[in-house]
Design a protein around this ligand. Structure first.
Ligand code: FMN
Ligand code: SF4
Length: 483
């Protein structure tokens, strides 16, 4: 992963925790009563893919155990990982792309309700993503994928040669020489692996996205409702299709790109289709970016605009992340796909303990506060969830007290210690396992390996509750804690 040049090493520590009485009086442990969103406390576990689904995208017992373990901590809400809405093979990514998934998802919602004694609200994140291929071997790229064009022939001065001769010649060129022959997209496909963009208007499937996506999202949302989820979170963040529509890099000229109004047109149409399908009494929100953290991307002023549009359209919550783009992803090894959390934008999404002067914590707080202020000045009070490097009660309480968010998201901290919410509430914060922001978990995610935390995955391996990962070395859920 990209690291800031300063490479200052930070250690997470907490000065003090509240007593049970202080926690009971706190804003963090006060309820949120908003339209379609009633939380017992203002805490939120944002979506995190743990790679536990079956190869067909079904809920497995490991998926159930994973979320039930979070639910034992009784946070205000949990968002189930990015879940695919298209009925296409997607590896062990959870899917909600057909009615056959509803029964498994129902087992999941039942398990979470039981483990949290009904205290935790459960959402599911709905994702669409475009085709991405692994970085090819150069000979495979030239021989199998590259379409030889007149432009190649002309640039190589080989107008009359056979395709085979041209491909053979391309294979002999250096990286710098290839820059004079291949188009930027072809070079990118060679160096990073082929990846579709929402601006690929030569592809009919891409042109038709504004027609195909609203029904796909709305059918998925209907299934989520049937499976017993309390709401859906539309994934408009990071490197995926909907975020690409919102991005300032979206130059589509068909009314769905260019200006901010046009860039958020499809996200609004998707929302409206979902709302029409699930009715007015169901929680529908989205996750999007406070800043894409790429030079050509959208920044916080764009996010303020989108937030106002989403709030005015009637979304029930807005959850803000940042960065996580393909645009600045590191070159993957041959045979691997690009991973959108390897560049600077990826760093801003999940900052690690090796950081700059600002440190790895709370980097999203101020932009999110600006976005919240923007929707308030439009007269809206849509709950805003702020996430990014939050691990202590004081951080969370301060950002609520200073009106910078309505709900606080703890992703890696909840992974490090799913009992954080209970321990702090009971005045036992000194028992919290603090996240080190090592990104060991994120490294596992990158390899699509079962995600665990280094703080507990080798602990009490012989205890009866320890189910081991396929490598036989790590437990899949945090050891039990008794209040
Ligand atoms: C293993 C892992 C998987 C993640 N998967 C998702 C995901 O499915 N959807 C999403 O919006 N964010 C995902 N994220 C990002 C987190 O939700 C969160 O925004 C990020 O970790 C920063 O918050 P934190 O500092 O509290 O960890 C993932 C993060 C991790 C560590
Ligand atoms: S592995 Fe554990 S300690 Fe390290 S970043 Fe992930 S959750 Fe935090």
């Amino acid at each position: 992963m990209w690291k800031p040049p300063e490479r200052i090493k930070y250690q997470t520590s907490v000065e003090g925790w509240p007593t049970a009485e202080e926690a009971a009086r706190s804003r963090l442990y006060s309820p949120l009563c908003a339209t379609n969103l009633d939380l017992a406390q203002r805490t939120w576990v944002p979506a995190m893919v743990p790679w536990r689904a079956s190869d067909n995208g079904d809920v497995t017992q490991d998926v159930i155990d994973w979320y039930a373990r979070f639910a034992q901590g009784k946070p205000g809400a949990i968002v189930v990982e990015a879940t695919g809405i298209r009925d296409i093979p997607s590896g062990p990514l959870l899917r909600i792309s057909d009615d056959r998934y509803v029964a498994g998802l129902r087992r999941l919602t039942d398990a979470v309700r039981e483990a949290s004694d009904g205290e935790t609200r459960l959402m599911i994140q709905l994702i669409d993503f475009l085709t991405i291929r692994r970085r090819p071997q150069p000979d495979v790229f030239f021989n199998r994928f590259l379409k030889i064009t007149a432009a190649h022939r002309q640039r190589l001065g080989m107008e009359r040669e056979s395709e085979q001769a041209i491909k053979a010649q391309l294979l002999t060129l250096t990286d710098a020489e290839l820059e004079d022959v291949l188009s930027p997209r072809e070079l990118d496909a060679l160096r990073q692996g082929y990846r579709e963009r929402v601006t690929d208007m030569h592809l009919s499937t891409i042109v038709e996205l504004p027609a195909t996506l609203p029904p796909l999202f709305s059918q998925a949302a209907t299934r989520a409702q049937a499976a017993g989820f309390d709401g859906v979170e539309l994934h408009y963040a990071h490197a995926y299709t909907m975020a690409s529509f919102l991005s300032a890099t979206n130059t589509r000229a068909d009314g769905y790109g260019g200006s901010r109004e046009h860039r958020c047109r499809l996200p609004l149409e998707v929302y409206k289709a979902v709302r029409a399908a699930v009715g007015d009494d169901y929680a529908v929100g989205c996750r999007f970016l406070s800043d894409e953290i790429i030079s050509t991307g959208s920044h916080v002023d764009d996010a303020c605009f989108f937030a106002r549009e989403f709030a005015l359209a009637g979304m029930d919550f807005l959850s803000l992340s940042r960065g996580g783009k393909f645009d600045d992803a590191k070159q993957p090894k041959i045979g691997w796909a690009a991973y959108p959390y390897t560049g600077q934008s990826g760093y801003e999404c999940m900052p690690s303990y090796v950081s700059d002067q600002r440190g790895p914590w709370g980097r999203n707080i101020e932009p999110v506060a600006q976005i919240r202020a923007a929707i308030h000045s439009a007269g809206m009070r849509t709950p805003i969830i702020s996430t990014g490097g939050i691990y202590s009660f004081d951080q969370a309480e301060t950002l609520l007290a200073e009106d910078k968010a309505d709900v606080v998201g703890l992703a890696r901290q909840a992974l490090a210690d799913p009992d954080w919410f209970q321990k702090v509430r009971l005045g036992r914060g000194n028992e919290v396992l603090l996240c080190r922001y090592s990104n060991y978990c994120e490294g596992l995610d990158q390899k699509h390996k079962q995600v665990t935390c280094e703080l507990w995955d080798r602990a009490a391996l012989d205890s009866s509750d320890a189910v081991l990962a396929t490598d036989g070395k790590r437990r899949l859920t945090a050891p039990q804690w008794s209040p």
